[in-house]
Structure formats: structure tokens, C-alpha cells
Design a binder for this molecule. Structure first.
Ligand SMILES: [Mn+2]
Length: 324
């Protein structure tokens, strides 16, 4: 289906008229989808409306502060919107429940695949929380400390702590406003970037010992096996932190992490300019951003991985990084 693309102003006007709203976030939730979802939910409630956040997976423990003090409201759902969801598939188990009823999608992914009646997509923004920031401003919703914490979290995490190329002076102006509104930047950064479980460190050490290098050291591959995940106490969040590792190796322009999950394999790609991660992943039914993208496969790694590596090799060649 095709969504009617609308401006932020138009989207804000739609939302202003809604009540009894469900806000859908993507599965395997990160700080951005949860931060923007909870910020919008809190703002709507502060405007006297009924709203709730819905996600196929629970709010990660380290983000519990986003929902602190928010009571469970029971109401008859009248309107459904989504935030940071690039594809209906990413709704996970909620896809069946809500597909066909989603009126408005807010997203910042250039690869957004339409599933809502209307979509407000701002792909220049590094995070969905930057869209939520504009939205609340347009709605005239005050930035409370709780909302500022939510938005700060999403902007900080989706920009790799303000390191990614998509960060602009405007991103920092929004961050300044969030700090003025009381965002706990020290506490949030400590939890989101400087705290890791012991299980996660052990998993990283196992995964690194199985690291593979390809294409003259320009591609690094980490394969997280089921055995590794059996290490006591490893969580999905621990797995996510591994994806950042391969690209950090000197000389690597394409970092791949493969994880086995519920009979499926999840591929995360992180690249350096000029290698296009979204282009590679879209060849395998996935998508994402130019420097961070993903896809999944269910066939055996023996048959899939050579195809993925070949596609990466082609892209490295196109980018002039690898020569025949
Ligand atoms: Mn995002």
C-alpha cells in the first residue's frame, strides 16, 4: 500500500484531534522507539487525552524510567499511530493486531515501507525522537522533565552518543532544550553507554575470539552462536551491544554481526563511508540507514553467508575500497 506523505504540521493537526490513542513501537525496542513513544504518550496524557504505548516486546529494564509513574489506563482504542517503525514487519506480534488500522506513521528511516494511511517521514533526522520533539512543539505540549528524559535517550542512542554523521547543529539545539527542561544526561549516558553486564563482557570475549576478517581487512564478521548465548545471563540488550564492535577495528569499513535467534539469523551491518549498508541489506529483503542496516535469513548460514559476503565485496569494489 501507499501512505499519503504529510508534513509535520499536518501530522500534528491530525494528532491534536485524536483521543484514545495507541502508539506502536518496533519490536526489539531501542531507546529511540521507546523514548519517542513514551514522550508522545506522556504529552497526550498531559493534554488530557487517553494514550498508551504498545510494543511486541517489554520495555527494556534499563529504560524503566521512561514509564515511571505512568499508570495503566483502560480505554477503548480509537486511533492507532506508530513511531520509528520502518516496516510493518517490525511490529512483530502486533502486526496482526493492528495492521490495516494504523492511521499515521512517524518515521526517520529513508527506507520506510508504507503501511499506514498517512506517513510523516523525516529522513534527515538522526532519530525519531527529533521528530517527536518537533511534534510536541507543534502541539504546544510542554517539555516536562520526564518527557525530556525520554527524548534525550532516543537522540543520544540513535546518534551513537552524538557521533554519527546524521547529527546536525539542530540536533544539539534540541539537546540543549532538553537539558534546560531537566533531562538527566549524566544518568542516562551512564546507563545507556557506560554500563555493561558481566555476562555481556564474557559474551564479547567469546565472540571476538571467533572474529573473521575478509577482503584485505576491510570487512570484519562476528558470528554469535547459540552456544555463546547460553553463557549465563546474556540478554538481547547484550547482543545488541556486540553489533558496534566489528566496525571499530582499524581498517574495517564493513562490520557484520550475525546472531541466531528463534530459528532465524539476524544480520546487522555497520559501515564507514562510502560503503552503503542499506543498499546491501535491501538486496536480502532488509533495510535501514546508509551506515547501519539489517536483514534476516532462515536458510543455512553455509548457503547464505557466501552470498552476503559476495554482495559486500561488490559494494566494497563499487566504493573503490577493494580492487580485483
Ligand atoms: Mn530510530
Amino acid at each position: 500500500m501507499q501512505s499519503k506523505r504529510i508534513s509535520l504540521k499536518e501530522a500534528a493537526a491530525r494528532l491534536a484531534k485524536m483521543d484514545n490513542v495507541v502508539i506502536l513501537c518496533h519490536k526489539n525496542p531501542d531507546g529511540d522507539t521507546m523514548g519517542s513513544g513514551h514522550a508522545i504518550c506522556r504529552a497526550l496524557r498531559n493534554m488530557g487525552k487517553n494514550a498508551r504505548v504498545a510494543c511486541a516486546d517489554p520495555l527494556p529494564r534499563k529504560m524503566a524510567y521512561m514509564a515511571a509513574g505512568m499508570e495503566e489506563l483502560s480505554f477503548i482504542e480509537e486511533h492507532v499511530i506508530s513511531i520509528d517503525v520502518a516496516d510493518a514487519v517490525l511490529l512483530g506480534s502486533l502486526k496482526e493486531v493492528y495492521e490495516g488500522r494504523i492511521e499515521l506513521a512517524f518515521d526517520h528511516h529513508a527506507t520506510h515501507r508504507d503501511f499506514a494511511d498517512e506517513a510523516c517521514v523525516i529522513s534527515e533526522y538522526a532519530s525519531a525522537c527529533e521528530i517527536a520533539f518537533d511534534l510536541l512543539e507543534e502541539l504546544g505540549a510542554p517539555l516536562t522533565k520526564e518527557i525530556a528524559d525520554c527524548l534525550y535517550t532516543g537522540i543520544a542512542t540513535d546518534t551513537g552518543c552524538f557521533k554519527y554523521a546524521a547529527v546536525t547543529p539542530l540536533t544539539h539545539r534540541k539537546i540543549a532544550a532538553l537539558m534546560e527542561a531537566g533531562a538527566d544526561h549524566v544518568g542516562i549516558c551512564k546507563v545507556m553507554f557506560d554500563t555493561k553486564s558481566l555476562a555481556c563482557f564474557k559474551l564479547e570475549s567469546e565472540a571476538l575470539s571467533a572474529l573473521e576478517m575478509h577482503f584485505g581487512g576491510t570487512l570484519a564478521l562476528i558470528n554469535v552462536t547459540r552456544e555463546m548465548m547460553k553463557l549465563g545471563g546474556v540478554t538481547d540488550e547484550d547482543l545488541d551491544s556486540i553489533t558496534a564492535i566489528p566496525r571499530k577495528i582499524e581498517g574495517v569499513l564493513c562490520g557484520i554481526t550475525v546472531k541466531e535467534k528463534e530459528g532465524e539469523y539476524k544480520v546487522s551491518l555497520r559501515t564507514e563511508a562510502p560503503v552503503d549498508a542499506a543498499k546491501i541489506c535491501s538486496m536480502f529483503g532488509g533495510g535501514g540507514h546508509i551506515r547501519a542496516a539489517g536483514c534476516s535469513f532462515s536458510e543455512s548460514p553455509e548457503s547464505f553467508m557466501p552470498r552476503l559476503l559476495a554482495a559486500c565485496g561488490e559494494e566494497l569494489k563499487r566504493a573503490g575500497v577493494v580492487v580485483d
